[in-house]
Design a protein around this ligand. Sequence first.
Ligand SMILES: C[S@@+](CC[C@H](N)C(=O)[O-])C[C@H]1O[C@@H](n2cnc3c(N)ncnc32)[C@H](O)[C@@H]1O
Length: 230
Amino acid sequence: MNFINTMDDLFHMLDRCTEGVDWDTFYTKRDKPAPFLKYNKLPDKCVVDFIERHDIKKACEFGCGEGRNAIYLAQNNIDTEAYDLSEIAIENAKRNAREGKAEKAVFKAGNIFALDFMDKKFDLVIDSGIFHHLAPHRRLQYRDIVSNILAKEGHFILLCFAAGEDGADEVDDYEFYRSRQTGVAFTEERLKEFWGKKFDVVDLRKGENIVDDRTWESEYLYICVFRKVS
Ligand SMILES: C[S@@+](CC[C@H](N)C(=O)[O-])C[C@H]1O[C@@H](n2cnc3c(N)ncnc32)[C@H](O)[C@@H]1O
């Protein structure tokens, strides 16, 4: 029998009730029309643009998937740690990193809410597609994790589903639980309201449909660059 005696117990119960995409199956079957699978060797355009303008030494990526951003960072001489829930995605990322000679990328499988980052500090954290899959009860904790592991004035690049586009529907947090959503879309106002509590907004814009031989971006995402409030 399961009982709720601690806040951790409560969070675990809510996690169980909101289990969403089975990511190992997703990366094994590969039958979904997801652009990040199709372009799984190309980094996000906003990441490339950012790295070309900033001197980043240490970076961390959450929900790194098959490693396309982390590998790009490592190839640009940045010490990079990258985490993903899916062991299959991490195996593929390690293989892609070997092929791409990206030795500075360290990949680990794990749930970010169970990882111990101790006193690690990074100049840059990237989230390209994990925040919009998190259930509402985990979002505040997630914002704290991102803020805590960033060095003073460190940056956070977030790509997430834009309301009104094809990626996912914008639903309120009660509806998320009622209708068992696996992902939600955000408005610009909502992103500013939520992340603005701990971060300055450096840039926030809708993506465009762009693909070239180095990068890509998509109109179904908001692209945000936040800086930790000092
Ligand atoms: C939409 S995919 C994006 C993958 C990658 N960032 C990309 O763009 O190629 C979201 C990723 O987040 C990972 N993820 C979801 N929840 C997670 C969690 N709690 N901890 C770590 N990774 C998680 C999934 O396994 C999946 O690979």
